[in-house]
Ligand binder design. Structure first.
Ligand code: AMP
Ligand code: GLY
Length: 423
């Protein structure tokens, strides 16, 4: 079959890498892709938000299955468009992608169906939002309702900081229309984990556990990023907790979406806060996590293509996933200055040496080719992903790769996976 992957980051490189191993697949296209993906797929220069152009391309190339990486095309309705054109596509419809695209929608759904999450209220009026913040006190969390490229959440330690966030979002409209309404939410303490499940809208197939590292600096300090590294399995998710997450969060969410008339298919990403062994939802995403996809897909032993296509057909049936016993750790190497404005265009050295290491895969995210050289052009540049018999060995492998690779200004965390060792 012919497969099209939409996106061009580390997550999409990992998806293409995994899909390329399937005996069912003849040819892979990736739009727009990146230099790492180009060694496995034909990269097509169509941006992810040009969903009509992507649909024309898929019809022209007789694509049998399209797999969507990022959230933007999902919230624009790429799945609805492809399905109307008779094309098979993996991901939620526009209506179902609201689970990520509108925090108010997802909070109201959780409240209605008793899915554990932080207490909250939604506001379209600035003064009412501010009055609620003053009444509740700090710490408190302010969230722009819509998509804000991962920047729409402000965890405020002081009341005035929360008020300033509301003013930025609602008066100065720093996130545009995404800030027309805000969610003000209780601050939750605990340890975060990421949980994923494939679904066809009715049945669910949960993945192995994983954990992201959102802050830029070691020991979870500094500003939030898209994610500086991830590993799997994550021991914070014990076997008992895994079952509880499936039964009290994942299954009720999929059932709720079906009951609401917006059945959700694709992969559901639940961001969790775990405190005293109890999980609560921080947020939903309508897509695979990045970087969590990198360690998860490297650990996946069985073919992913039958699962993706079963979800797209709405017939997950009794599909199973077999996992490698090994652990996987992905260390993100980022450009200097990230997550603020960053330096770019520097040649990256060491990629060929890293490619000779066994049990190591270097996924490209923000790279480009300039004058025949690979240079850094994005915030998150590479996902150096190691496998090992334990998390400790996978950490050692990933950092062995990281030490071989460099460019001017490159930065990475030194403590990816350490939380797993401290347990
Ligand atoms: P989100 O964009 O919803 O993933 O939020 C970004 C980050 O903000 C999360 O990964 C958490 O670290 C933090 N966060 C969001 N909501 C809360 C909350 N209610 N309590 C504590 N931290 C939160
Ligand atoms: N790793 C966080 C995200 O994909 O949103």
């Amino acid at each position: 079959m012919n497969v099209l992957v939409v996106g061009g980051g580390g997550r999409e490189h990992a998806l293409v890498w995994k899909i390329a191993q399937s005996p069912l697949v003849e040819k892979i296209y990736c739009a727009p892709g990146n230099p790492g993906i180009a060694s496995l797929a034909e990269c097509v220069d169509i941006p992810v938000e040009k969903i009509a152009a992507l649909c024309d391309f898929a019809l022209d190339k007789r694509i049998d299955l399209t797999v969507v990486g990022p959230e933007v095309p999902l919230t624009l309705g790429i799945v609805d468009l492809f399905q109307t054109a008779g094309l098979q596509i993996f991901g939620p419809s526009k209506a179902a992608a609201q689970l990520e695209g509108s925090k108010g929608f997802s909070k109201d759904l959780m409240a209605k169906y008793g899915i554990p999450t932080a207490a909250y209220q939604c506001f379209t009026d600035r003064d009412q939002a501010v009055a609620y913040i003053r009444e509740q006190g700090a710490p408190i969390v302010v969230k722009a309702d819509g998509l804000a490229a991962g920047k729409g959440v402000i965890v405020a330690t002081e009341v005035e900081q929360a008020v300033a966030a509301v003013d930025d979002i609602m008066l100065d409209k720093v996130f545009g229309t995404a800030g027309a309404s805000v969610v003000i939410e209780e601050f939750m303490e605990g340890e975060e984990a990421s949980f994923f499940a494939f679904t066809d809208g009715r049945r669910i197939l949960p993945l192995a556990s994983s954990q992201d590292h959102k802050r830029i600096f070691d020991n979870d300090e500094g500003p939030n990023t898209g994610g500086m590294g991830a590993y799997s399995p994550a021991p914070v998710v014990t076997e008992a907790l895994y079952g509880e997450i499936v039964e009290t969060i994942v299954r009720p969410t999929i059932e709720a979406m079906a009951k609401e008339g917006t059945p959700y298919s694709g992969i559901l990403y639940v961001g969790l806060m775990i405190k005293d062994g109890k999980p609560r939802v921080v947020e939903y995403n309508a897509r695979f996590g990045d970087p969590e996809a990198q360690p998860l897909l490297v650990r996946m032993k069985s073919d992913i293509v039958p699962v993706l296509s079963a979800c797209a057909r709405g017939e997950l049936g009794d599909q199973r996933i077999v996992w490698h016993d090994k652990a996987a750790v992905c260390v993100v190497m980022a450009s200097g200055g990230y997550p603020g404005s960053y330096t770019k265009g520097y040649p990256i050295s060491g990629l060929d040496e890293a490619a000779t290491l066994e049990d190591l895969v270097v996924f490209h995210a923000g790279t480009s080719t300039q004058d025949g050289k690979i240079v850094n052009t994005g915030g998150r540049v590479l996902g150096v992903t190691g496998l090992g018999a334990s998390v400790a060995e996978a950490i050692a492998k990933a950092y062995q790769g990281v030490r071989l690779i460099s460019w001017q200004g490159a930065q990475f965390r030194n403590d990816i996976g350490r939380k797993a060792l401290n347990r």
